[in-house]
Design a protein around this ligand. Structure first.
Ligand code: GLU
Length: 275
């Protein structure tokens, strides 16, 4: 009698544990999607050393290596990854509308972004800096930007910082991606480019006779892996993958391989705090 009354409950519990164990198409969690053997990951295509799509179609960079490591820990090999370009202004949207399963794209953890998406990490720390033409000796730091045209990217913390703090004397020019700012700088259409030092250093490394970094960094940017809000288990898995990447020495090796040539001082790994 008691057993008969319990039967529906037992059936329900079994069904529940079966769906969560199998994942599958109707499981909307990160692990559920990874269990299908495929993931779509948002990266940058134009940031040397971090996320770059080469002419042969191969994607390379430190962010790409972090993304591959995380995917691997979720059980998805590189052959199962679809890479999607996620520019600064697209990241929250791509995560919330499901265009990508997660983002590893020089994505600073901020409270404002956390209203829409969740972060795992951080996995890297840098700060906002300034890049100018090699021959420029007038701009030496943010305090010397008065009357200058400064380029940054829509949807980035870098552009927000300029708007909030240097707006009076500086003309902010916004593009969709940093490589367009670099082109504008080399063409003389803007006087400086501002974003995270590690990004700028990648462009300087490609054009050391034409570009240089000036001044000290003036913000702290902590890069996180952006993913859907509410998937706590998914975030925990990404956090543990980051910790394993650091602990195994892979993190440092990937950093040296990708950022080592850029001249930027290689930082120690940050503590994972987004729990
Ligand atoms: N890390 C900053 C941000 O997330 C600037 C770099 C970028 O735009 O990707 O906005």
């Amino acid at each position: 009698m008691l057993f008969r009354r319990l039967l529906p409950a037992i059936a329900a519990v079994t069904a529940l544990s079966l769906t969560s164990a199998c994942g599958g198409a109707d499981d909307n969690t990160l692990q559920g999607k990874a269990d299908d053997g495929k993931l779509t990951i948002g990266i940058r295509f134009d940031q040397p050393g971090l996320g770059q799509r080469r002419l042969d179609g191969k994607v390379v960079g430190f962010d790409v290596e972090v993304a591959k490591y995380v995917a691997g820990k979720l059980g998805v090999p590189e052959s199962g990854i679809t890479w999607k370009e996620a520019r600064s202004a697209d990241r929250e949207k791509f995560i919330t509308d499901g265009t990508v399963d997660f983002v590893v794209a020089t994505y600073s953890i901020t409270d404002k972004r956390k209203e829409k998406v969740a972060f795992a990490g951080p996995y890297f720390q840098t700060g906002q800096g300034l890049m100018v033409r090699y021959t420029d000796d007038e701009i030496t730091g943010p305090q010397t930007l008065n009357g200058k045209r400064l380029c940054s990217v829509t949807g980035s913390t870098s552009a927000q910082k300029v708007a909030a703090e240097f707006a009076q004397g500086v003309e902010l020019v916004e593009y969709g991606q940093y490589s367009d700012c670099v082109t504008a700088l080399l063409a003389g259409n803007v006087d400086a480019v501002t974003t995270d030092e590690v990004i700028l250093a990648g462009y300087v490394a490609e054009n050391p006779e034409l570009l240089k970094l000036v001044g000290d960094t003036f913000t702290t940017e902590r890069y996180g892996v952006g993913l859907a809000k509410g998937d706590t288990a998914g975030r925990d898995k990404v956090n543990s993958a980051i910790e394993q990447m650091v602990g195994s020495g892979e993190w440092r090796k990937a950093l040296e391989r990708n950022i080592g040539q850029s001249g930027v001082k290689l930082p120690d790994p940050p503590q994972v705090t987004e729990k």
